[in-house]
Design a protein around this ligand. Structure first.
Ligand code: NAG
Ligand code: NAG
Ligand code: NAG
Length: 495
């Protein structure tokens, strides 16, 4: 461990005032690391992802792949073409960018193509391209002979998101069939409007699809079959993993204690109070990071949204307070924290949340926290993570594995990636989506508030689960295996 610069550690111990700014600085300095927590945080619909960090650390010591060579080493001098539907600070492109850097890191020749570029000069696009060029990634125009030549020459072509499928016909034209056998299609979305032939007609012929949870993969299989009557290619599920940076903070008890005190103090919550939090911060960290790196006017996306189920969480929270009162249970004060609010956005939804809190007179129990650069301080400060995503749930839900790294139990909807991360009754408790989930969630809140021992045990089991399945190196090894197989297939096709 001991990766923090000494100064950071000293400040951590002696000067709490600097803690958050320092964590921020830490994040910014490791820029595409801690910050580009690219996961498909939200329902994959949105463009939130969690990015694999700057480096995939080779497996060291125990666990999967002990003594295995550094992942992706076999990609050295291979030609890779990455096709992104757009270049922005949203999750999808950033995730692909991280893959680009990772491949560069092992000596691959990497080219990048952005299919949809704004017609005017765009500062974000410009900075990101600059960043890629600086790290040896070549940036090509989406159209034209060079793009075609590169695609033909490439050992591997990665199409990122469903929408990138448009690029194939538009640019490659009659060359499409020659390129398809070496295409790996990385899919991060679940919304209906992606199931269009316009995007997906070549999907059955590519070498493989990579999707971040089994549920999402299953959903794709169903929808492509039912809606489009097409068959998915070989599909690989690649779960995301926690960054080394996050694990370092999560495993540093001193840091955690100081962060906990600091955040609780700022919220007006005592050490004994029990804090349930719904955290949704994904869009901002990335953008903020870049605001620091490049002072740009970036339109900040709203992160409080109905799909995250903050409204239903607040109703459940209120119900749990009533249950405690009715049953005269002796428990410390319960608090609900909603991270990811944005007062300036003044959406109707956010006003509704605030009105509900005012109407039920629970202002002293509910805390809205602005979108934040880094979630670690909040994970250190709370007792239980609530993952209340609605509809099909999260594609994956990176915050869930991050919370588990901090030994927090999870109260989650029984939907999407959450069901692959949280083990019901062991590392957390699941409840149904929709209004039917409100009372079960309320009861689960009461359960964890009244059973301290159980809560702590669940947190510990969650941590063990993360250590055994959801680390960066696990993800790196999965990607490694996928790329190996795709390359092997492409080669067989060719010969
Ligand atoms: C896919 O379809 C099967 C059979 O209709 C169904 O049981 C399953 O729940 C569906 N899965 C998803 C993710 O929609
Ligand atoms: C939260 O954001 C609002 C609007 O941008 C700002 O006025 C307020 O000071 C922020 N609160 C904190 C605690 O930073
Ligand atoms: C979780 O486990 C509890 C207790 O066994 C059960 O009542 C509940 O239905 C389970 N929920 C899900 C979504 O599996």
């Amino acid at each position: 461990m001991a990766k923090h610069p000494a100064g950071w550690r000293v400040a951590l111990l002696h000067n709490k005032r600097w803690l958050l700014p320092l964590l921020v600085a830490l994040s910014v300095s490791t820029a595409l690391a801690f910050i580009l927590r690219a996961a498909f945080d939200s329902s994959c619909d949105r463009r939130h992802f969690e990015v694999p960090k700057t480096r995939f650390h080779p497996a060291t010591g125990t666990g999967a792949g002990a003594a295995a060579p550094s992942p992706l080493g076999f990609m050295k001098s291979k030609h890779v073409l990455l096709v992104s539907h757009e270049l922005s600070l949203s999750g999808g492109p950033l995730l692909l960018m991280e893959l680009a850097f990772l491949l560069r890191g092992v000596g691959a020749e990497v080219c990048w193509i952005t299919n949809q570029k704004p017609s005017e000069r765009d500062e974000v696009v410009h900075s990101l391209e600059h960043k890629m060029l600086g790290r040896g990634v070549q940036v090509l125009s989406a159209k034209g002979q060079e793009a075609v030549d590169r695609a033909l020459k490439a050992d591997l072509v990665v199409l990122n998101t469903a929408v990138a499928g448009k690029w194939l016909d538009a640019v490659l034209k009659e060359n499409v069939p020659r390129v398809l056998p070496k295409v790996l299609w990385w899919i991060h979305e679940m919304r209906g409007h992606y199931f269009k032939m316009e995007y997906l007609k070549h999907l059955p012929m590519v070498a493989g699809a990579m999707i971040d949870s089994h549920v999402t993969a299953e959903y794709w299989k169903n929808r492509t079959q039912e809606r489009l009557k097409i068959k998915m290619p070989q599909t690989y599920v690649v779960h995301l993993g926690n960054s080394k940076e996050l694990m370092d903070v999560a495993e540093d008890n001193v840091a955690k204690r100081v962060l906990r005190e600091h955040v609780r103090e700022s919220l007006g919550v005592t050490n004994e109070d029990i804090v349930f939090a719904l955290i949704n911060s994904m869009p901002l960290p990335v953008e903020n990071a870049f605001i620091h790196l490049y002072p740009l006017a970036v339109d900040l996306r709203i992160s409080v949204s109905r799909g995250k189920g903050q409204d239903l969480f607040l109703r459940a929270f209120y119900e749990s307070l009533q249950l405690i009162q009715e049953q005269k249970l002796q428990v410390p004060s319960l608090h609900a924290v909603i991270v990811g609010s944005d007062i300036t956005a003044q959406t109707k939804f956010e006003s509704e949340l605030r009105d509900f809190v005012a109407q039920k007179k629970i202002q002293n129990r509910v805390h809205f926290v602005n979108k934040t650069l880094t979630v670690a301080p909040y994970l250190a400060a709370i007792d239980v993570l609530v993952q209340n995503s609605q509809a099909r749930g999260e594609c994956f839900g990176r915050i869930t594995i991050e919370a588990m790294a901090f030994q927090l139990p999870v109260l989650g909807t029984s939907a999407g990636g959450t069901t692959e991360i949280v083990v019901n009754e062991s590392t957390g408790l699941l409840h149904p989506i929709g209004k039917e989930g409100v009372t079960p969630l309320a009861k689960n809140i009461v359960k964890l508030a009244t059973h301290v021992e159980r809560r702590l045990t669940m947190g510990k089991r969650g941590y063990e689960r993360v250590k055994s399945m959801f680390l960066e190196r696990h993800m790196a090894h999965r990607i490694d295996a996928v790329l190996k197989e795709v390359l092997r297939k492409a080669k067989n096709q060719h010969s």
